[in-house]
Write a protein that binds this ligand. Structure first.
Ligand code: BG6
Ligand code: MG
Length: 212
């Protein structure tokens, strides 16, 4: 029986893909490193430092650990500037209705995101304080596909993994949910979930929750 649904943030609640792309692209261009949308797709669900390692695969030179931290910080400065533009209008179609339906039916809702910028983004889109629990890049040591972020969200809610379902747009996130022992719903480009839907607008989430 599903008692809680844990949502990934980027790509599920709000589309920040383009902001991540622009920020990485600016940093990569400045460093003379090739970067495109295809590489950006590989960064979904992956932590900032792990994302940087993927970006640096195209670099012609080696960077020291200190330089890497500086590159990641520079990218994050560009990203933070871009997400100041986010508003509640950027919440993806269907999301608010699905969240309200779950709340009304006594299902707990939480965030499980690798992003350290989760608090800023939730504030920008007007969902600060809206979820029963928020587990994000600030309270984990291992990012998806490690299950830590979802396990911690379940613990914050006080609900066992077997009674939780996660919603993800990244394969790394689906794997994390499975490793956490939770039911999985794959949306957008994610594969391999117990359930799948193109997006949350055309998804009967309550039905899935009551079946699961
Ligand atoms: C995830 C995104 O939610 O957060 C990744 O899908 C991103 O693309 C990761 O790299 C870390 O984000 P941040 O905001 O901590 O740099
Ligand atoms: Mg995502």
């Amino acid at each position: 029986m599903i008692k809680a649904v844990i949502f990934d943030l980027d790509g599920v609640i709000v589309s920040t893909d383009d902001c991540h792309f622009k920020a990485w692209k600016k940093m990569a261009d400045e460093e003379g490193i090739y970067f495109d949308r295809e590489i950006n797709n590989r960064l979904r669900g992956v932590s900032r430092m792990e994302s940087l390692e993927i970006v640096l695969e195209k670099s012609e030179r080696e960077y020291s650990e200190e330089e890497k931290l500086q590159l990641a910080e520079r990218k994050n400065d560009y990203y933070k500037q871009l997400i100041t533009e986010l508003t509640p209008d950027d919440i993806l179609p269907g999301v608010k209705d699905r969240l309200e339906e779950l709340k009304k039916n006594g299902i707990k809702i939480a965030i499980g995101s690798s992003s350290k910028n989760t608090p800023i983004i939730l504030k920008q889109i007007g969902l600060d304080g809206y979820f029963d629990a928020v587990s994000d890049g600030n309270n984990i040591t291992n990012s998806k596909p490690d299950p830590e972020v979802f396990v911690k969200a379940g613990q914050m809610l006080g609900i066992d993994s077997e009674n939780c379902m996660i919603v993800e747009d990244a394969d790394a996130g689906i794997e994390a949910g499975k490793r956490a022992g939770m039911r999985t719903l794959a949306v957008q480009n994610a594969h391999g979930g117990d359930y799948s839907a193109e997006n949350l607008l055309n998804c009967d989430l309550l039905k899935i929750v009551s079946e699961g």
